[in-house]
Design a protein around this ligand. Structure first.
Ligand SMILES: Cc1cc2nc3c(=O)[nH]c(=O)nc-3n(C[C@H](O)[C@H](O)[C@H](O)COP(=O)(O)OP(=O)(O)OC[C@H]3O[C@@H](n4cnc5c(N)ncnc54)[C@H](O)[C@@H]3O)c2cc1C
Length: 426
């Protein structure tokens, strides 16, 4: 039987990032990959350029646009901030090289079952092989193999239908990235009134190649790819543009409102499996790169005690991943998204127009989950204060689940207020 300090299930972004971080701390790390380890990841990942600069990883960008803007009305809103798409091969190779340097032992196969003993967990593969580790990290994606989550109702999904290719005329201006184009003149009055709002996410790849993606921020049930594809072609056709050659089609679907994991289980998770997708923006990869060192450090420290029980190691890891501040913010983001999902197109455009008029530190911090709870609240209050009256009125309505989310946030906030001073300073 193989035996490791830490065993990671999954070799997507989360699995490779956490395996690399754990091995960098001198741990004996094993990993299980259901696909060929070097098979290129299927998704394209976007990120704001300064987030990668802060990590010293700007060279991992494949495409980068200094010129990034949005349309919430007729005029372009310039974000004064560079945006990029990862070169996913570079990102994957960079992480696998770190894993190799740290001696991570990857095995190809599928984890099938897990048993927890007091001082180790034992994973059995579909081939019947057994792997033992003092702690197991489930990084098997949004529908995790082993991690249990709290019960919750319907989940909202982000969906998008995208094309990379040649067009009869440029779908975006040269060297531009359009983050959100909510213009909808191509839709009829009935469509605008009765159908869900979607936006275009698009960029100029150079050499006459463009990327266009019709996106639904979040819906439950999710918008279908057929609907988004039709919307995309309508949008282009209204501007007299047709697709002349398709290099790649991307169909995006991932959950935005995953319930929180059970924070008392004897297995840890990372990435989609740990419900780490930002519940209001959908971003994940930047957060994985920022947060893996902290999680790896906590696990490495816990493992220094040879008597530490598996459940105790997992507990400190969950506390690191979902500490009280993060839990509070989770409910605030979920509250925010719930509002957006109820807004019609007019309110949604007003919302984003107001949001991107906030100081950049506030909107950027919101999107990357880089604000503390008080900072996040300050950004939300400022948005409310600067919003037009119609949007303010929309924000004050609580027709559904958002009241519940706000209540969960307030309960955590009041629990914090009643904590003794000593534990506050921890
Ligand atoms: C099309 C698309 C576009 C996205 N775009 C962005 C973006 O621009 N920016 C961003 O930040 N986020 C984006 N996301 C969201 C999120 O970053 C991705 O979903 C990301 O891939 C999640 O990473 P992960 O490693 O947690 O899971 P995954 O990438 O799903 O990786 C999980 C891995 O575990 C393996 N696995 C599963 N079960 C087992 C098992 N039993 N045994 C062994 N291995 C197993 C799978 O084969 C897979 O390789 C996007 C998502 C999608 C789907």
């Amino acid at each position: 039987m193989f035996d490791f300090d830490a065993f990671v299930i999954g070799s997507g972004p989360a699995g490779t990032i956490i395996a690399a971080a754990l091995s960098e701390r001198g741990l004996r790390v094993g990993g299980m990959t259901a696909r060929q380890l070097r098979q290129v990841w299927p998704n394209t990942y976007g990120i704001w350029q300064d987030e990668l600069e802060a990590l010293g990883l700007k060279e991992l960008l494949g495409h980068c646009w200094e010129n990034c803007g949005s349309y919430f009305g007729r005029d372009r809103v310039d974000h004064h901030r560079g945006y990029g798409l990862f070169d996913k091969v570079k990102l994957q190779n960079y992480l696998l090289a770190k894993c190799e340097a740290g001696g991570v032992v990857w095995q190809q196969g599928k984890a099938k079952s897990i048993e927890h003993e007091s001082h180790r967990s034992i994973v059995t593969t579909t081939e019947g092989e057994m792997i033992s580790a003092r702690v197991v990290i489930d990084a098997s994606g949004h529908e995790p193999m082993f991690v249990k989550r709290q019960a919750q109702g319907a989940i909202a999904y982000q969906t998008a239908y995208g094309i990379v290719g040649h067009f009869s005329a440029p779908p975006v201006d040269p060297q531009q990235f359009v983050f959100m184009d909510f213009r909808s003149e191509h839709l009829s009055e009935t469509e605008r009134a009765n159908e869900p709002p979607t936006f275009l996410y698009a960029g100029d790849f150079g050499e006459d190649v463009y990327f266009v993606e019709e996106t639904s921020l979040a819906m439950s049930p999710p918008l279908s790819f057929e609907f988004l594809e039709r919307r995309l072609h309508n949008r282009l056709a209204a501007r007299g543009i047709s697709v002349t050659a398709v290099h790649e089609v991307e169909r995006v679907i991932f959950p935005m409102t995953l319930p929180l994991p059970d924070l008392h289980q004897p297995i840890v998770a990372f990435g989609g499996a740990a419900s780490m997708v930002h519940p209001a923006s959908g971003y994940l990869v930047g957060a994985l790169l920022r947060r893996a060192p902290g999680l790896a450090e906590v696990i490495a420290t816990a493992l220094k005690d040879p008597q530490a029980e598996t459940a105790a190691i997992a507990r400190v890891a969950w506390q690191e991943l979902w500490n009280p501040d993060r839990l509070r913010k989770y409910y605030l983001y979920r509250f925010g998204l719930e509002k957006l999902m109820r807004f019609d197109e007019v309110l949604l455009k007003q919302h984003f127009d107001t949001f991107f008029s906030l100081p950049q530190s506030q909107w950027a911090g919101f999107l990357a989950d880089g604000l503390s709870t008080p900072e996040l609240l300050a950004a939300m209050v400022r948005l409310f204060a600067t919003a037009p009256n119609s949007l303010r009125w929309g924000l004050m309505q609580f027709p559904g689940w958002e009241g519940n989310l706000l209540w969960q946030f307030l309960s955590l906030q009041s629990a914090r207020a009643s904590e003794p001073m000593a534990s506050k300073s921890l």
